[in-house]
Design a protein around this ligand. Structure first.
Ligand code: C2O
Ligand code: CU
Length: 475
C-alpha cells in the first residue's frame, strides 16, 4: 500500500531503460512517500470472538484505518478516494501544514464527492504522534469508525524496546452489536456529547496486551473518541509522559499516575515494564466518577525478563522546530466558551446574543464562542473570531464559562499552555488540543506562522457541530 515515488517513476516509464540507466542515489528531491486510502463501508469485529460483527465506515476496510508512518521532513502524498455515499474530507490532526491541505470542507477545500478523490500533499515538520479523521459529517463519520494514526518518526529514532500505538475508540453499540443511531441528539449535544458504551484499543475490545519484564515501551496513546475523556492508570507501573499531542515535553510522571486525554488528545508515554514475569496488571480508565472500568491487562510473559530493568530514566525526545512565541509582544485575544445545559436545567445564557450561522429548520445552536455560534463541520466565508498578521505572536485567553469540559483544538499550529486559571503553568507544554475544565481558563501562546483560515473548535464533536467552532484568520 505504500509506494515510493521513485518506484512509481521507474515502474511507469523506465521499463525498457531500467538496465541502461543507473539508479541515481543523489536524486535532487527526497522520495515522496505515497499512500492511497479509500473511505468505504466494511464489517469488522470490535468485540471479540463469539460476539457479532459490526457494520462500520472505514479507511481501507479496517478500524482504525491504516497506520501511516512517515519521516520528519520528508514529503508525503496521500490520495483519498471517497467510496461513501456522502461527501467527506480528511483532516491531518496536529500537523503543521499549508492551509489548503487542512481538510476543512467549504473553508480550505471543496468536499470530496462520492466517487471522487483528493490528493493531500505535505511535509510534516514535526516528529510525533498524530492522527487523521474526516472533517465532514464528523459526528457520524468518526462515530462510525473513520480515523487512523499518523506517526511521524524522528530522524534519529529514540532507543526503546518497542513502539506501540494504542488508538482508543469509543463506540455506542446496540444489543445486536451495531452502531446505534441517534447521532446529533440535541439533549446530549448540550451536555457531554455522544459518549459510547464500548471502548476499543486498535479496533478491538482488549483483553490482554503481552509484555515482557524489563522492557521499555514507548506507548503512543491517541484518544479518537467523539466525546469520551479518558484517565488512564497503569496499576503497578509508573508511566512517564514524554510528549503531548506529538510535541516533546520535559519527561514527567503525572500527578496521581493518571494520564488524562480528552477527545483528539495524544500522549507519548514511556512505560518501563517493572512488573513480575507471569503477572497481570490492570490498565484502568477512571476519568468519570463511579464509572471506572478496565481498559486492558498488561500480561507479563512468564519467561525470563527481556533484560535487567533500566536504571536511567527515559530520555527527553529531540525537540521539534517550533517557533517560540514572543510573550512580551504577543497580541492577546479573549475567547469565551458559552452555552450548553446546566444539569438539565436549560440553556445557560451565553452572556450575549448568539448569532447563528448555518442554522436549519429553526434548529438553534447550543454552544458559542464570544457570542457567536457556527455550526457543522466547516463552512465557506466564516467570519473570523479575529485576524492576525503572519509572524505575530498571539495569546489565546480561553475562558470556559460553561458547566462542561471542552478539549479545544487549533488547526495547523501547536501552542504552549502558558497559564491556567491565571497562574503560570510551570510545564509550559506544547499541545494542539487543550482540555479546559468547567469554569476554568487557559492561556495559549503561539506564533501565527501559516497564512490562512484556521479552525479553532471544541473536539467534542457534538459541541463543535452545534456552535463551538470558529476561525482564526492569519494574513
Ligand atoms: Cu481533529 Cu477540526 O479537528
Ligand atoms: Cu466542548
Amino acid at each position: 500500500m505504500t509506494v515510493s515515488r521513485r518506484a512509481l517513476i521507474l515502474g511507469a516509464g523506465a521499463a525498457g531503460l531500467a538496465e541502461a540507466l543507473p539508479l541515481r542515489r543523489s536524486y535532487a528531491e527526497p522520495a515522496t512517500k505515497e499512500y492511497r486510502i479509500a473511505a468505504k463501508s466494511a464489517t469488522v469485529n470490535l468485540t471479540g470472538k463469539g460476539h457479532p460483527d459490526t457494520a462500520v465506515w472505514t479507511y481501507e476496510g479496517t478500524v482504525p484505518g491504516p497506520e501511516l508512518r512517515v519521516r520528519q521532513g520528508e514529503p508525503v502524498r496521500i490520495t483519498v478516494a471517497n467510496k461513501l455515499d456522502e461527501d467527506t474530507t480528511v483532516h491531518w490532526h496536529g500537523i503543521r501544514l499549508p492551509n489548503a491541505m487542512d481538510g476543512v470542507p467549504g473553508l480550505t477545500q471543496k468536499p470530496i464527492r462520492p466517487g471522487d478523490s483528493f490528493v493531500y500533499e505535505f511535509t510534516p515538520p514535526d516528529a510525533g504522534t498524530f492522527w487523521y479523521h474526516p472533517h465532514a459529517d464528523t459526528l457520524q463519520q468518526l462515530g462510525r469508525g473513520l480515523a487512523g494514526s499518523l506517526i511521524v518518526e524522528e530522524t534519529e529514532p529514540v532507543a526503546v524496546d518497542r513502539d506501540l500505538v494504542w488508538f482508543i475508540g469509543d463506540w455506542r453499540l446496540d444489543d445486536q452489536g451495531q452502531i446505534a443511531g441517534g447521532f446529533g441528539n440535541r439533549m446530549e449535544a448540550g451536555m457531554s456529547g455522544r459518549i459510547g458504551n464500548t471502548v476499543t484499543i486498535n479496533g478491538r475490545v482488549r483483553g490482554a496486551v503481552s509484555v515482557k519484564a524489563g522492557e521499555r515501551v514507548r506507548l503512543r496513546l491517541i484518544n479518537a473518541a467523539l466525546a469520551r475523556i479518558v484517565g488512564l492508570r497503569f496499576e503497578g507501573h509508573k508511566p512517564v509522559v514524554v510528549a503531548h499531542d506529538g510535541q516533546p515535553c520535559d519527561p514527567y510522571q503525572p500527578e496521581d499516575g493518571r494520564v488524562v486525554l480528552g477527545p483528539a488528545m495524544r500522549a507519548d508515554v514511556m512505560l518501563d515494564m517493572t512488573g513480575k514475569p507471569g503477572q497481570t496488571y490492570r490498565v484502568i480508565d477512571d476519568f468519570y466518577n463511579d464509572l471506572s472500568y478496565k481498559l486492558a491487562d498488561l500480561a507479563y510473559d512468564p519467561g525470563k525478563p527481556a533484560r535487567e530493568p533500566l536504571s536511567e530514566p527515559p530520555p527527553k525526545l529531540p525537540a521539534n522546530p517550533l517557533p517560540e512565541p514572543d510573550l512580551a509582544a504577543a497580541e492577546r485575544h479573549e475567547i469565551a466558551l458559552q452555552g450548553g445545559m446546566m444539569g438539565g436545567m436549560g440553556m445557560m445564557s451565553g452572556g450575549g446574543m448568539m448569532r447563528g450561522m448555518g442554522m436549519m429548520g429553526g434548529d438553534g445552536a447550543t454552544w458559542a464562542m464570544n457570542g457567536m455560534a457556527m455550526t457543522g463541520d466547516g463552512q465557506p466565508d466564516m467570519p473570523p473570531l479575529f485576524t492576525i498578521q503572519r509572524g505575530k505572536s498571539c495569546v489565546l485567553a480561553v475562558r470556559n464559562e460553561t458547566a462542561w469540559w471542552h478539549p479545544m483544538h487549533l488547526h495547523g499550529h501547536s501552542f504552549r499552555v502558558i497559564s491556567r486559571n491565571g497562574k503560570p503553568n510551570p510545564r509550559r507544554e506544547w499541545r494542539d488540543t487543550v482540555l479546559v475544565p468547567p469554569r476554568e481558563s487557559a492561556d495559549l501562546a503561539f506564533v501565527a506562522d501559516h497564512p490562512g483560515d484556521w479552525m479553532f473548535h471544541c473536539h467534542v464533536t457534538d459541541h463543535q457541530e452545534t456552535g463551538m467552532m470558529g476561525v482564526i484568520r492569519i494574513t
